[in-house]
Design a protein around this ligand. Structure first.
Ligand SMILES: Nc1ncnc2c1ncn2[C@@H]1O[C@H](COP(=O)(O)OP(=O)(O)OP(=O)(O)O)[C@@H](O)[C@H]1O
Length: 793
């Protein structure tokens, strides 16, 4: 609100300033009146020309003679001007000139915005030329109709293309005029014809029982109307529908300026309010005429992948657990606890797909902390992998012991996608992770997370988990609504998604591959995403909304003008498989943009999903952790790793194969991840990939990388003590690598890296070149000595 007020206050002043640069209002009125008068004079001259031209022919040369008199209504002036326009010019079509002059005069007189005027003149002149040529063609016997220009042009064209050629040219130009000026489409024509038929029918309505047919016709009609809307955006920009919707401003300008004319000078301050209201009114009208903006329209026939593409992995029979196993586990729990002198008042089992939860109510007087302290011993006594003790279960006064089932049931992706919970999820980016311990489908909104960190030792189900996330979104979202960026250093996991590049992927304008497999290129994409983020914040600011959801709602309601740079914003999901690898190769350079995105990107619909095998603290740093409240842990090898990811232990006690813990803050939920196999993903991408797509992947803003590091200006006095030695090593070996300095001078990696940066800043080695060693710019030790000496002078 505050923003609103400030903008409305600041605008009038700028408007006032602008006004002083324009012709004054009085001048506009005077000039406008002149044009109107002129147009009336021309009109009457032209009219009377058709009756008097023969008599006035002889007068034309006697314009200067005061005694000579012409028969034209406007005397000699009328005779000369109409001779010029009608006879020597365009014939009958010349009537367009008084019309255009009158319109221009009115615009000036009323002080309306002159924006649309140029278009009117351009189209007016095109029409004049067309008409004069057409009249010259069809009415060659009456040269006055087409004028000299019409006649000559016809002659000229016929010399080259013959009569048929001229006819075809005329037809084509007429088509262009109709399409561009009157939005003529075959459907529109059919529709018009149909509505006329309807009208005639309804005139004869009477008492005939045609009501039914009428009804069906009506519904038919509405069907067609929709299709016309379909047509509209076909020829325009992916997200904006730019051309077909009259820009808000054009018409807004009309009303905005009207009060100005009535209330003379003060009206500038009043101007702002009507604009606001006008935008609303205009938007409502646009919505009424064209319907809400539909981002999906360009791929209107897109079909979501059907359920049949997914296997049920033999899970259709449901969970199988035998009574014996339940009894056996119960007895073991009871006797184990008894060993520690913990009595049980009640025990209850909840059977899940991979684990069964035994909920215990301890005897009165037994402190839960006692059970908690004995956690490891109890797990040991129960002697089963994957036991996790939750003491107490949050929200209940009970202790939970999770014991894995002997025969785990696979949770198929198909079952979770088909579940009611997922199908009816009213979420922006719903993700069906799998099933909880009580066999309920677990669905969360990625948009609310807002970023996800996934960790787990190798082979425990990370890739399957990532595929489950991506599949969920592919089953729920239209290509216009979400775009993925995949970073896949392993080069195999995500390559399948190449097929949906032009539907669902986003990439940098100059990159060939949408899926990034080279870690050195990630930095450009991340920086480009930061630019996208900044751009989106700017759009949100101008639209005066707080987040992408509100923005898109406003855009769909046509309250934001595409001509001002507004467009429908799809969600962007960045998926990084093997984050540890990325941090190892690209280091701090990637951490900064990732942290920035993680901190700020939630409101503008950029979400990060990061998976890593090694959840060590130098990979998942504090700053990253702080911005990734939603985390998933598959089985990890140590308690420390579990703590690094979840801030709690437990992930080390999972049984693998998709058994996972999910947290989004405090509570930790154990889930069985839905299983989606590579062939299934293949089928889905094949299905989507074979459909009509956008011309290319969604393009991210261009990012021009700096020449890595040259911008770092090291002060000579701040150079490392080993700088000189390092320079000598590099120049002698003619190989600019940090590891060489590391080896020869026995330095740590970080220090060697710093020295290399300093050498680069000094101009001794070239910039970073990815996997290749840097170029050495000094040829030998002697030149180096000289170089350093010169530098210290
Ligand atoms: N949710 C699941 N349900 C059943 N089995 C699973 C599940 N997730 C994974 N598995 C089994 O575990 C195997 C390894 O899974 P996955 O490839 O996802 O491991 P990963 O953690 O990505 O390993 P890496 O890090 O080496 O790529 C799968 O081939 C599958 O047999």
């Amino acid at each position: 609100m505050a923003k609103k007020r400030t903008t409305s206050k600041s605008k009038p002043t700028t408007a006032k300033k602008k006004l002083s640069l324009k012709p004054s209002k009085q001048n506009k009125i005077i000039f406008g009146s002149l044009l109107i008068v002129l147009s009336i004079a021309l009109f009457f001259s032209f009219m009377s020309f058709y009756f008097t031209w023969q008599e006035d022919q002889s007068m034309l040369s006697e314009f200067a003679n005061r005694n000579a008199e012409a028969s034209n209504l406007l005397n000699k002036f009328g005779a000369s001007v109409s001779h010029f326009f009608m006879y020597q010019g365009f014939g009958l079509a010349s009537f367009a000139f008084p019309l255009l002059l009158a319109v221009t005069g009115l615009y000036l007189f009323l002080g309306l915005e002159a924006k649309g005027l140029i278009g009117k003149w351009v189209w007016g002149l095109t029409g004049v030329i067309w008409m004069s040529v057409a009249l010259g063609f069809f009415a060659a016997d009456f040269p006055l109709l087409g004028g000299l220009i019409g006649f000559e042009m016809n002659d000229f064209l016929q010399d080259y293309t013959g009569k048929i050629g001229v006819f075809l040219i005329l037809l084509f130009v007429l088509m262009v005029i109709l399409v561009r000026l009157f939005n003529f489409t075959p459907e529109g024509f059919a529709n018009f014809f149909r509505s006329q038929k309807e009208k005639i029918k309804s005139d004869f309505k009477g008492s005939e029982p045609i009501v039914d047919t009428d009804d069906s016709d009506e519904s038919d009609e509405s069907g067609i109307e929709l299709r016309i809307d379909d047509e509209v955006p076909e020829k325009v920009d992916t997200y904006t529908h730019k051309k077909d919707i009259p820009p808000l401003q054009t018409a807004a300008g009309l009303d905005v300026n009207l009060p100005e004319e009535e209330e003379s000078d003060i009206d500038l301050t009043v101007e702002e309010t009507p604009v606001e209201e006008e935008t609303e009114v205009k938007a409502a009208k646009l919505v009424k005429d064209f319907g809400e903006f539909d981002p999906k329209l360009e791929l209107g026939n897109y079909k979501f992948p059907p359920m049949e593409l997914l296997d049920d992995h033999g899970a259709s029979g449901g969970i199988t657990i035998n009574q014996e196993e339940l009894e056996e586990n119960k007895n073991r729990i009871v006797s184990t606890l008894k060993n520690y002198k913990i009595g049980i008042a009640q025990i209850k089992a909840t059977i899940g797909p991979t684990v069964t939860l035994y909920e215990i109510v301890p005897d009165a007087g037994i402190r839960i902390s006692k059970i908690k302290n004995l956690e490891d011993d109890i797990a040991l006594s129960l002697a089963a992998l994957g036991i996790r003790i939750i003491a107490p279960i949050p929200g209940k006064g009970t202790v939970g012991i999770e014991v894995p089932n002997k025969k785990a049931t696979v949770v198929s992706m198909r079952s979770v996608i088909a579940s009611n919970k997922f199908q009816k999820a009213e979420m922006e980016l719903p993700i069906a992770f799998g099933k909880t311990i009580s066999n309920e489908t677990f669905v969360v909104d990625l948009a609310k997370m807002p970023h996800l960190l996934m960790a787990g030792a190798t082979g425990q189900g990370k890739s399957v988990g990532l595929n489950a996330v991506i599949t969920s979104l592919l089953y729920k979202k239209h290509p216009a609504e979400v775009k993925f960026i995949f970073v896949d250093p392993k080069k195999v996991e995500l390559t399948l998604y190449n097929k949906i590049e032009r539907h669902f992927l986003a990439k940098l304008p100059d990159s060939d591959e949408a899926i990034i497999t080279d870690n050195t290129k990630v930095i450009n994409t991340l920086n480009s995403l930061c630019i996208e983020m900044d751009n989106r914040y700017e759009l949100l600011k101008t639209a005066m909304v707080r987040n992408i959801k509100e923005y898109n709602v406003k855009f769909k309601a046509r309250k934001l003008n595409p001509n001002d740079g507004h467009k429908f914003l799809p969600y962007i999901v960045l998926v990084i498989d093997e984050f540890a690898d990325l941090i190892m190769t690209a280091g701090k350079e990637v951490e900064t943009p990732i942290a920035r995105l993680a901190q700020l990107a939630r409101a503008i619909g950029i979400h990060l999903i990061i998976a890593t095998q090694r959840p060590s603290v130098n990979v998942i740093t504090g700053i990253i952790k702080a911005n990734f409240p939603a985390r998933i842990a598959f089985r990890v090898t140590s308690k420390i790793d579990s703590r690094t990811i979840l801030d709690a232990q437990g992930a080390d006690q999972l049984i693998g194969r998709g058994d996972m813990l999910y947290t989004q803050g405090n509570d930790v939920t154990r889930l069985q991840c839905a299983f989606v196999d590579t062939p299934e993903v293949g089928k889905i991408t094949e299905y989507i990939g074979s459909q009509r797509a956008y011309p290319e992947a969604h393009l991210l803003p261009e990012y021009v990388g700096e020449d890595s590091g040259t911008s770092i200006d090291y002060d000579i006095s701040e150079r490392d003590d080993m700088f000189r030695e390092a320079a000598e090593v590099i120049v002698t070996a003619q190989q600019g690598s940090a590891s060489l300095i590391q080896r020869k001078l026995k330095l740590g990696y970080n220090r060697a890296g710093r020295i290399i940066d300093q050498l680069e800043a000094a101009g001794i080695v070239g910039p970073f070149e990815g996997s290749k060693a840097r170029q050495v710019l000094i040829p030998d030790i002697y030149s180096l000595e000289q170089f350093l000496e010169n530098e210290s002078k």
